[in-house]
Design a protein around this ligand. Structure first.
Ligand code: B12
Ligand code: SF4
Ligand code: SF4
Length: 267
């Protein structure tokens, strides 16, 4: 993820992303759907965040509509033109940090933003604006003495509370990592072909998850129970029809095929 080292100054200072930035309006969009991964060990699995339409597109759309509403309110208040910039993992910007500062939840020991209402099955989107609004208060941390996520991670990627060693994380290895997945991790993939939900599945706050009302997140066919054989040898056309419009495109055909082979123990 060399791109993380690019534009660090912008990532640390939203005023470099939107000149005159005075307020960041942050939203958390619930993507939970009631389907469950099959419980057999090592059964092929795709992370639930990638089952439906690509969240970058969905959340950007919601934020653009929000920007229109904000402008209407500003017009009614005689404030004038609102400058804005949308960020949904689409800009050098720290989504979780600002979501926490905006009072939406807290960054849990599993390193995800957890909300009291929906657990951690939320995407984060931000609208940077030149407005100067009164901020909501920050949310207290509710992890307490729990360490379930740290204990459950099969690759020991959570090296401390909220500290993730991405190099060991199955999500990184199956989505971002190029080349041969190191043997020591291949044997611990636990069936994950794209992403990994283990440290969220075990989180007690996710007992409060509620089905999303965003229809775009409804799972596409073939993604909740993936066909490992197909994935391991899919043609360009098969890849195209299986992944069109989803976040699976981030990995690309070669990596998805590699991951399927790794899960089958053939790498
Ligand atoms: C890189 C990245 C990854 C990497 C690293 C993950 C990580 N935990 O950082 C990998 C590929 C492993 C990954 C995996 C996943 N990701 Co990801 N990822 C990102 C991305 C692009 C950047 C995150 C980042 O900067 N990490 C680096 C660390 C150092 O920063 P940080 O944790 O955000 O913040 C720390 C420091 O900044 C510091 N800090 C605290 N306060 C402040 C204040 C200031 C001013 C500063 C400078 C610093 C600072 O402490 C913070 C906490 O440790 C974000 C989108 C974005 N642009 O933010 C999505 C994002 C974090 N990912 C997301 C998702 C959904 C996932 C997965 C759940 C997908 C999956 N199921 O496989 C997993 C979760 C793995 C896990 N346990 O964290 C969502 C998380 C939603 C949520 N509820 O939290 C995000 C927010 C995308 C989005 N817009 O919705 N991801
Ligand atoms: S996503 Fe999976 S591999 Fe990564 S920290 Fe969570 S449990 Fe560990
Ligand atoms: S599993 Fe426990 S420690 Fe981990 S994020 Fe959830 S509440 Fe916090």
């Amino acid at each position: 993820m060399n791109w993380m080292a690019d534009n660090v100054e912008v990532r640390n200072d939203p005023a470099r992303l939107l000149s005159g930035c005075g307020t960041i309006i942050v939203i958390a969009v619930n993507y939970y759907t009631p389907q469950l991964h099959l419980k057999f060990p090592d059964f092929p699995k795709i992370s639930r965040y990638a089952w439906g339409r690509d969240y970058h597109k969905v959340v950007s759309g919601i934020l653009k509509k929000l920007a229109v509403e904000v402008q209407d309110i500003a017009d009614a208040a005689g404030i004038g033109n609102v400058n804005y910039q949308v960020a949904v993992d689409t800009a050098p910007f720290r989504d979780k940090v600002w979501a926490q500062k905006a009072g939406l939840g807290w960054i849990g020991k599993n390193s995800t933003l957890i909300t009291r209402k929906f657990g951690s099955w939320v995407f984060i989107g931000s609208l940077l604006t030149n407005l100067h609004l009164e901020p909501d208060s920050e949310h207290p941390d509710h992890c307490g003495t729990c360490t379930r996520c740290i204990d459950a991670c099969p690759t020991e990627a959570l090296v401390g509370p909220s500290q993730l060693d991405s190099r060991a994380c199955i999500s990184y290895l199956t989505i971002e990592y190029e080349g041969h997945i190191p043997d020591r991790y291949c044997e611990k993939l636990s069936g994950w072909i794209f992403g990994c939900d283990i440290c969220q599945d075990v989180c007690p706050w996710n007992r409060f998850a509620k089905p999303t009302n965003t229809r775009d997140f409804k799972p596409r066919e073939g993604l909740v129970v993936p066909d490992l054989q197909l994935l391991s040898q899919m043609s360009v056309e098969e890849y195209d029809s299986l992944t069109r419009g989803t976040a699976l495109r981030r990995a690309g055909r070669d990596r998805l095929r590699r991951n399927a082979l790794a899960v089958m123990g053939l790498l």
